[in-house]
Design a protein around this ligand. Structure first.
Ligand code: PAF
Length: 282
């Protein structure tokens, strides 16, 4: 596996591959790699000749008082995992390589970026969209893979790619879960052992909501309130628990058939997000 830190080196290698007629798959990450990331790599590798992964803990997507400083950085272990997964190239830019001094352009996907996580983390999705747009311009992949766990992020990236005519195919991969049901996340490492017993309840609440809807319950606000109470009683501080339509992530009404239930909640100092996506036959 080649490891490069500069855009020039990355471009030179990618240029050679393209000249040889090889296609490129890309998985952007913030490192601290777990089985969810490795699943993205495994799926991405099937779709192209060459596989590029980036690791960049992006300061622009963390708000004031969030966990940028303490976000887990495990470069050596990450490199070993990517090497074992037969990744061709790891791009490891630092902040000045990524942003230079004083970048003035921000990519902002209207409306979608203000909902749900965007409402409680102002500017977060502008930071995500901007860095992903920059990474796409740097790597110029044919296809890029993202996890469904970050459902809103995925929707924002798809919208950005379509609106800006970026020539990359966006693929998504199902959330990888612990045997408890807890969605894998680099932030799970913040959880204390007692919290690890409680954290799977977030996914359990999503499953209950889905099952109630599939059984015909149409009072979505009642389902949401019930879930919030259940989670609060379990010790969560709930940010949102919302039955939405898949298309634009606005609140679903009872006629909608393609639904996603989105949730975010804090357990102690750890912010967890998860979702469940399904269709209803009307
Ligand atoms: O999902 C992530 O790890 C990040 O938001 C991403 C897409 C790598 C952008 O920094």
């Amino acid at each position: 596996m080649q490891v490069v830190k500069t855009i020039v080196d990355l471009r030179n290698i990618a240029k050679k591959w393209r000249k040889a007629g090889e296609s490129i798959a890309f998985v952007p990450t913030m490192g601290s790699l777990h089985a969810g990331h490795l699943k993205l790599v495994e799926e991405a590798k099937k779709s192209a000749d060459r596989m590029v992964v980036s690791i960049f803990v992006n300061p622009a997507q963390f708000g004031v008082g969030e966990d940028f400083e303490v976000y887990p950085r495990t470069e050596d272990e990450d490199k070993q995992k990517l090497q074992a997964s037969e990744v061709d190239l790891l791009f490891l830019p630092n902040v000045s390589e990524m942003y230079g001094d004083g970048a003035k352009t921000l990519v902002s996907v209207k409306n979608l970026s203000m909902l749900h996580c965007g409402a409680s983390r102002p500017g977060h999705f502008d930071g995500v969209a901007t860095v992903v747009c920059k990474l796409f311009n740097m790597v110029q992949p044919d296809v890029a893979f993202f996890g469904q766990k970050d459902f809103q992020q995925l929707a924002i990236i798809r919208t950005m790619v379509s609106d800006l005519n970026i020539p990359v195919e966006i693929m998504s991969v199902e959330t990888v879960r612990e045997s408890s049901g807890l969605a894998m996340s680099s932030r799970n490492g913040y959880l204390f052992s007692e919290e690890l017993q409680v954290a799977p309840k977030l996914y359990q609440a999503l499953c209950v909501a889905r099952d109630e809807i599939l059984l015909g319950e149409k009072r979505y606000s009642a389902i949401e309130n019930e879930a919030v109470t259940y989670l609060q009683n379990a010790g969560f501080m709930v940010d949102y628990f919302s039955v939405c339509r898949v298309d634009d992530l606005y609140k679903a009404d009872k006629r909608e058939t393609d639904l996603v239930v989105l949730a975010a909640a804090k357990l102690g100092r750890t912010r967890l997000i998860d979702n469940i996506c399904f269709s209803v036959v009307r």
